[in-house]
Design a protein around this ligand. Sequence first.
Ligand code: ADP
Length: 163
Amino acid sequence: MKRGIVPGTFDPITSGHLDIIERAAGLLDEIVVGVALSAEKGGGPLFSARERIAFIEAATKHLSNVSVKGFDTLLVNFADEVGALVIIKGLRAMTDFEREFQMAALNWRLDSKVETMFIMAIPEYMFLSSSAVKEIARHGGSVKGLVPDVVSEALPHKLSEAR
Ligand code: ADP
């Protein structure tokens, strides 16, 4: 049984994240999407961990080998906890590479049994990020197609609450 984890903050999940999860689910037997609580990242996430997990569950319900779990530990410890030997990350433009390369090296140093694999973002989603989505929505732009429908429906409400 080959199990992998797809970790991230997913604040919120985008179509780019979903594409990586779908492709990873086609390559391995089981995928656990790991939602980092990331309480401190950039002033704290917009959506609570519970909301971020619920969005991913709704967006991946067509994938029978995908489950979603929150974590607040070292990534290699989370991998160990769920019995995964592979970390799968999406890779966008060059800016991701530097950071991902460093994280992969550190994770290898912490636990060399856990492999990191990268899946290239498709050109359409190469420039898509959770922060760009929030910025577009904040200024009243449409994010339809950039995020799963559950997210595009929830975003305006959440942003008006947060104001
Ligand atoms: P972000 O980098 O947007 O804050 P996360 O921390 O949730 O998002 O990222 C989790 C993983 O998803 C990272 O490996 C990141 O490179 C990847 N990822 C994010 N957006 C995309 C995208 N549009 N296409 C492919 N991979 C992506």
